[in-house]
Each structure stands twice: as structure tokens, then as C-alpha cells.
Write a protein that binds this ligand. Structure first.
Ligand SMILES: Cc1cc2nc3c(=O)[nH]c(=O)nc-3n(C[C@H](O)[C@H](O)[C@H](O)COP(=O)(O)OP(=O)(O)OC[C@H]3O[C@@H](n4cnc5c(N)ncnc54)[C@H](O)[C@@H]3O)c2cc1C
Length: 287
């Protein structure tokens, strides 16, 4: 009997899943710009940008790979080889970041990091980064771009979503209409953003409230102008108030899931590793 003979007749026949190509870009920090009180832009580039494959999305994001500082890795570092050959505790730890812009001709990308204190990997790395520092990323994902058939666009998010909202506002046609709400700590975190005149931008301030307990973003969207026609919404940020915004938009306003790009980008008090792991548990589920 061959192995094929042992497969029950009703077993579904599945084509092998196409493997995503594993592409590592090892880049260098080129420049750094302080954008606001709690946000810094790091512009990175280098010869590996020749391997960069853009996604047709305005929320394009990469995984940044942080190596374990206690391990002596072979150079040049190959994060996939590390995964194939080394124990799990030596693997790189990843953090997810939006590409604020990509300049294909100059072979540069910009990433805007929230400075949220001394805890974590990516925030403190960005605060200390200097030109010449190495940064390893894997090729981007991304799922959202403004639907040109929508009558208007709604954006709501906190600092972590600000780069994706800013990139999306820039990509809108000049006659687009909409409402954008961005939650930050206070007025020192406001940045100038490029947007169509028909999109009204409101900055809302936490003013010392912890991000998981703050309701200012929810209140702003709930009480803000709701335009006529079909809306396409991009709503991302700290997990707990994303749940509240989900209820507002889907349960109360009756939007269809297809009209809403909505997810937690991070969770207060959780590292990204814990936050990602909790997505499989009830506390981490949003849609
Ligand atoms: C698709 C996607 C795109 C993202 N794009 C960006 C982006 O462009 N810019 C950006 O800054 N973030 C972005 N984020 C969020 C970012 O991945 C998380 O904030 C991540 O946890 C930061 O990693 P860390 O190593 O600095 O902190 P971690 O080690 O993950 O966490 C350490 C501690 O810091 C807290 N913390 C983490 N992030 C914040 C924050 N924003 N404010 C306050 N406290 C925080 C955690 O709750 C935890 O207590 C994005 C997330 C996703 C899923």
C-alpha cells in the first residue's frame, strides 16, 4: 500500500500554500528628525533597498528585528538562518512599524517612532539611534488604502497610528472629504499634516490620562460631524479604545466590516510580544 492509498477518500485536496519570499533588508540610519515632543523620525537606507518591494497600501508596515545583545551572531547577520539553526531564545524579536514614506529614487524609507519612555525595544532604540546604526527589517505588509468609491473618509487613531493616517491623508485626491481625529498627549505632540481641504483634522489630548483609560478619541468620533454617504474608515491605536470604537462604528453606526479597517496597534502595559500572543485570546480579539 502506498501512502496515498491510506488517505481517506473524503480528505480535502489542498494545493500547497505559496511561501512568502523571506526578504531581509539590512539598512543603516541616515538621519533623524524630532517631529514633536514624543515622536522622532528615523530615515534609513542602504544598498539593500534594491530588494525593497512596496505594497499598494497607505498603511505599509515592516517588522523591525532586534537581536539578543547577549549572543554572538555570525556576520553578516541572517535572521532567517538564525531561526533555522539557533535556539528560539537567540532569535530576533520583532516590532511592527509603519513606513511613513518611501523614496524609491533615493532608496530611503522613513519610520516615525513614538517615544514612550525607557521600556521596550523599539522606542528606546529610536531615542538613542545615531547615523550609521544598523536596522534590520523584513519586507512590508499592508492592507488599507482609501477607497476611491467612498463618499467620505474617517480616520481615528493615536500616535502609533499617526504615521499611517498621515500617509493616507497625503494619498487622498484633492477633492476628498472626511474627518480625521488623532489622539496625542498634549499640544506639544501636534505635527503639521498634508491633507485635502475637505478633510477636517482634529487633535484630541489625553492630558495625562493613561492611553487604555482615555476616552477622548471615542468621544470625539461619537460627537463629531458624521457626513452623508458611504464612509470608509481607518481606525487604529491602543487596543482598549479600539474596542470602544468598534462598538460605536459597527454596532451603533451600523457600518459593514468591509467599510472599516480597525485593529489594535498595541496594548497599554503589554510588550508587542504579549500583545500579539493575546490576539488569540478573548482579551485580544477586536473584530
Ligand atoms: C501595523 C502596525 C503599525 C504600527 N506603526 C507604528 C508606527 O509607525 N510608529 C509607532 O511608534 N508605533 C507603531 N506601532 C505600534 C508599535 O508596534 C508598538 O507600540 C510596539 O509595542 C512598540 O515596541 P517597543 O519595543 O517600543 O515597546 P514594547 O516592548 O512592545 O512595550 C514596552 C512597554 O511600552 C508600552 N508601549 C508600547 N508602545 C507604546 C506607545 N505607543 N505609547 C505608550 N506606551 C507604549 C507597552 O504597553 C509596554 O508597557 C504599530 C503597530 C502595528 C501593529
Amino acid at each position: 500500500m502506498t501512502p496515498a492509498d491510506t488517505v481517506p477518500a473524503e480528505a480535502p485536496i489542498r494545493a500547497p500554500r505559496p511561501q512568502r519570499p523571506r526578504v531581509q533588508l539590512t539598512l543603516q540610519v541616515l538621519r533623524k528628525e524630532q517631529l514633536s515632543s514624543h515622536m522622532v523620525r528615523i530615515i534609513v537606507g542602504g544598498p539593500d533597498m534594491a530588494k525593497f518591494e512596496a505594497k499598494d497600501a497607505t498603511d505599509m508596515y515592516v517588522k523591525i528585528h532586534f537581536l539578543n545583545p547577549g549572543v554572538d551572531y555570525a556576520e553578516p547577520v541572517d535572521i532567517f538562518a538564525i531561526r533555522d539553526t539557533m535556539p528560539a531564545e537567540h532569535w530576533s524579536v520583532t516590532r511592527t512599524y509603519t513606513l511613513r514614506w518611501v523614496d524609491v529614487a533615493a532608496q530611503e524609507i522613513a519610520i516615525d517612532f513614538v517615544l514612550h519612555g525607557d521600556s521596550g525595544l523599539a522606542g528606546p532604540w529610536a531615542a538613542a539611534a545615531q547615523p550609521g546604526d544598523r536596522i534590520i527589517v523584513t519586507n512590508p505588509g499592508g492592507a488599507y488604502k482609501p477607497n476611491p468609491d467612498a463618499d467620505w473618509h474617517l480616520f481615528a487613531g493615536d500616535e502609533a497610528a499617526l504615521p499611517a493616517i498621515a500617509a493616507s491623508l497625503e494619498a487622498l485626491p484633492s477633492d476628498a472629504r472626511g474627518q480625521a481625529y488623532i489622539e496625542v498627549e498634549d499640544a506639544a505632540d501636534i505635527q503639521p499634516l498634508v491633507k485635502p481641504d475637505g478633510v477636517e483634522l482634529s487633535w484630541v489630548f489625553r492630558n495625562g490620562a493613561t492611553p487604555d483609560k482615555s476616552t477622548v478619541l471615542l468621544d470625539a468620533v461619537a460627537n463629531g460631524v458624521w457626513l452623508d454617504g458611504t464612509v470608509h474608515a481607518f481606525v487604529h491605536g491602543e487596543r482598549e479604545y479600539m474596542k470602544a470604537l468598534r462598538d460605536l462604528l459597527i454596532k451603533q453606526r451600523g457600518l459593514d466590516r468591509s467599510q472599516v479597517s480597525l485593529s489594535g496597534y498595541w496594548a497599554y502595559g503589554r510588550t508587542e510580544d504579549n500583545f500579539q500572543a493575546e490576539k488569540k485570546e478573548p482579551i485580544g480579539k477586536i473584530l
